[in-house]
Design a protein around this ligand. Structure first.
Ligand code: ADP
Length: 339
């Protein structure tokens, strides 16, 4: 659906050049919600703005729906852009236009007839649940309502792709969740491909299927959110996963002390899917004859998938501890021994 090939973007001239993107390759599939996460200055905005050529790359190719955007003339590009909706952190609404007119605006630009505009805007107002606010101006709306207008406007020309540029960063947590729910709903209903950039792991965890981590203008890690989230390979990725960064040190201080002089071993156990709710750990401990203490744990969901991640100290005889680790692993759980 979207393919970026060897995308490079440099800002400035001479000795004041900033390399915002460096030979970046990325491939996004039709119908998925793809998240790009990175710290401030990593290149997220530049990346997403290159996907509709709001920002023109210095070199490289931008393919959207089998069309290479950088090869198009102005008119062709204008036409292709109707296929690519976009929403923004600060909404970018027309302050002097009503909700209705803001949503109608792209259709008027495309010279749609009045009946079509009226029917489409009414449909969109219902979709984003703003029918009661159609005659209000942006200044009379809450942040969440403004973003709903932004979403309706972005969908007006029935695009196949929706680009979200930090779309929830200006909203409180509750409003963020309602906007994310709306995006997920739209994705499912219309099989709309959604690309979002964010600096919040929570946003990725809530709705994305796959994620890429961007750092200094390049992708350092990518994959299904469950994989990247539960087994982050890069220090920058670990930074985004709340609490994770400090767990190692803390576990060291409490992890080595088994009770009553018994051997002990601290392990990190990751459960995914339905296993999350099975009693594998306690059953195994009882059968083999070891004890365990849970030092830290999280049980949550990544999009629709339940997961658990526990730091556990297993106590008992050395060979029984090893047998326990082998048994848990044989049940398909991921077990990592913490030194
Ligand atoms: P992010 O969205 O992850 O914060 P950006 O894409 O905005 O990152 O910026 C990437 C890099 O490019 C940063 O070093 C930033 O300072 C620089 N940059 C972004 N826009 C411009 C611009 N218009 N002119 C010069 N430098 C820019």
């Amino acid at each position: 659906m979207i393919q970026l090939k060897q995308l490079t973007k440099k800002y400035g001239k001479g000795d004041k050049i900033t390399d915002a993107l460096t030979s970046l390759d990325l491939s996004i599939k039709k119908g998925e919600i793809f998240g790009v996460i990175g710290h401030s200055g990593a290149g997220k905005s530049t990346l997403i703005r290159c996907m509709n050529l709001l920002e023109r790359p210095t070199s490289g190719e931008v393919w959207v729906n089998d069309v290479e955007l950088t090869a198009l003339n102005k008119q062709q590009l204008q036409h292709e852009r109707r296929n690519i909706g976009m929403i923004f952190q600060h909404f970018n609404l027309l302050s002097s236009a009503t909700v209705y007119d803001n949503i109608a605006f792209p259709l008027q630009l495309a010279h749609a007839n009045k009946e079509h505009i009226h029917a489409r805007v009414s449909e969109l107002l219902a979709l984003v649940d703003l029918e009661a606010h159609r005659d209000k101006y942006p200044s009379q709306l809450s942040g969440g309502q403004k973003q709903r207008v932004g979403i309706a406007r972005a969908l007006a020309s029935d695009p196949q792709v929706l680009l979200c540029d930090e779309a929830t960063s200006a909203l409180d947590p509750q409003t963020t969740d309602s906007i994310l729910k709306l995006l997920l709903d739209i994705n499912k209903r219309f099989n709309l491909t959604i690309v979002l950039i964010t600096h919040e792991m929570h946003v990725i965890q809530s709705i994305c299927d796959r994620v890429a981590v961007i750092h200094q203008g390049g992708i350092i890690e990518q994959g299904p959110v469950t994989e990247v989230f539960l087994k982050p390979q890069h220090a920058v990725t670990r930074d985004f996963i709340r609490g994770e960064a400090n767990v190692g040190d803390w576990i060291h201080t409490v992890g080595g002390n088994g009770t009553n002089g018994a051997f002990s071993q601290t392990v990190k156990i990751t459960f995914l899917g339905e296993q999350t709710y099975d009693a594998i750990l306690s059953r195994t401990a009882r059968e083999i004859g070891v004890d365990f203490a849970i030092l830290q744990g999280t049980i949550s969901t990544i999009k629709d998938t339940p997961y658990g991640q526990l730091f556990v100290r297993i106590e008992g005889e050395a060979d029984k501890i090893n047998a326990t680790i082998a048994e848990i692993a044989s049940k398909g759980l991921d077990v990592e021994v913490i030194d």
